[in-house]
Design a protein around this ligand. Structure first.
Ligand SMILES: C[S@@+](CC[C@H](N)C(=O)[O-])C[C@H]1O[C@@H](n2cnc3c(N)ncnc32)[C@H](O)[C@@H]1O
Length: 314
């Protein structure tokens, strides 16, 4: 999926902020968005691959399954990921740990790995909305680390019930069943930060993609206070995600970090767990520099999107 440039040059420069001011949704005009959602990158103690094999005809039609069993690469493996019934089944207590029905499962990265970035960007007093929380440990770990107010939502009533019960003694965490495409329950500008680990990716695999994902992003922008942060952790490279983020109604300044998978980091550190991430300067039009090479081709992209105040956006 990802083009590997011929002239490798590692960028360790200070990230430049990108001001995205596109007036319309480029996503709706392109068919090239093919995120792949998978849970291939759990912490060492987690299951290696809790996903079922793909059965999605659309994905097959679009050649999205062709990446082999390796994870990442921006492809979508199943459009079930946008389906509440799919997630309910997956999170049901009868489900095996390997299918996500266990006590917890963290997609992509853990709090330990993300902590330096989160602590630096999100003050502990922030009101945080965790979209598509699943049964991840992220919110619990953040609360233990001093975060005061984390509202968790997910489309799966099964996982919300489970998490509400599990965390009933942690007042910093609240849980609500909700669809990210319609969060009208919350008022405008009611959060300082929206955290998304894998949920936009799931939306991009849904039957209604990319429209559902666009609705989600419009809602995220509405819910954030000016200068609030949408922190997106995704398999989607800037080529796929920046046009989506630039849709009508969303005005962001974006900084990008790239983080190798835990598996890659473990391999490179030869056994001693490590957390590394690189801040990357985007081009004027919000892309990776043409000669940029991903050290780990399966890397996760972390977009720190600051909501611009109206006068900044115009
Ligand atoms: C890839 S998992 C990520 C889970 C968790 N954030 C993590 O990092 O482990 C995607 C999550 O999004 C939820 N989801 C999918 N579609 C949704 C929607 N329309 N509204 C709210 N949550 C949704 C799923 O139930 C699932 O828990």
């Amino acid at each position: 999926m990802r083009r590997v440039p011929s002239r490798p040059r590692c960028l360790r420069t200070r990230a430049r902020t990108l001001f995205v001011t596109a007036a319309s949704c480029a996503v709706c005009r392109t068919a090239s968005l093919q995120p792949r959602v998978s849970s291939s990158d759990p912490p060492a103690s987690s299951d290696q691959n809790p996903l079922p094999s793909p059965r999605d005809s659309r994905a097959r039609r679009e050649g999205m399954e062709s990446g082999g069993v390796g994870m990442g690469g921006g492809e979508c493996r199943s459009n079930d990921y946008g389906d509440a019934a799919y997630w309910d089944a997956r999170y049901s207590s009868s489900g095996s740990r390997a299918s996500g029905g266990g006590e917890f499962f963290d997609w992509y990265q853990t709090y330990a790995a993300l902590r330096p970035l989160l602590r630096a960007r999100i003050p502990a007093a922030s009101r945080v909305l965790m979209v598509g929380c699943g049964n991840s440990l992220l919110s619990e770990d953040m609360a233990k680390d001093g975060y005061k107010d984390i509202v968790n939502i997910d489309i799966s009533s099964v996982v919300i019930e489970h998490m509400r019960e599990k965390h009933k003694e942690i007042p910093q965490l609240t849980y609500m069943q909700m669809d990210v495409r319609d969060m009208t329950f919350f008022g405008d500008e009611s959060f300082d930060c929206v955290l998304d680990k894998g949920t936009l990716d799931a939306m991009m695999c849904a039957d209604d993609a990319p429209d559902g994902a666009s609705k989600m992003l419009a809602e995220v922008a509405r819910l954030l206070r000016p200068h609030g942060i949408y922190l997106l952790i995704t398999y989607g490279a800037p080529k796929e995600r920046v046009p989506l983020l630039s849709q009508a109604g969303c005005r962001w300044s974006i900084a990008l970090y790239i983080m190798p998978t835990p598996r890659y980091q473990l391999k490179m550190s030869k056994g001693a767990p490590q957390s590394t991430m690189e801040e990357v300067a985007l081009t004027e039009d919000g892309q990776l520099p043409p000669d940029y090479v991903l050290k780990d081709p399966e890397s996760h992209f972390i977009y720190i999107c600051h909501k611009l105040a109206v006068k900044e956006a115009n």
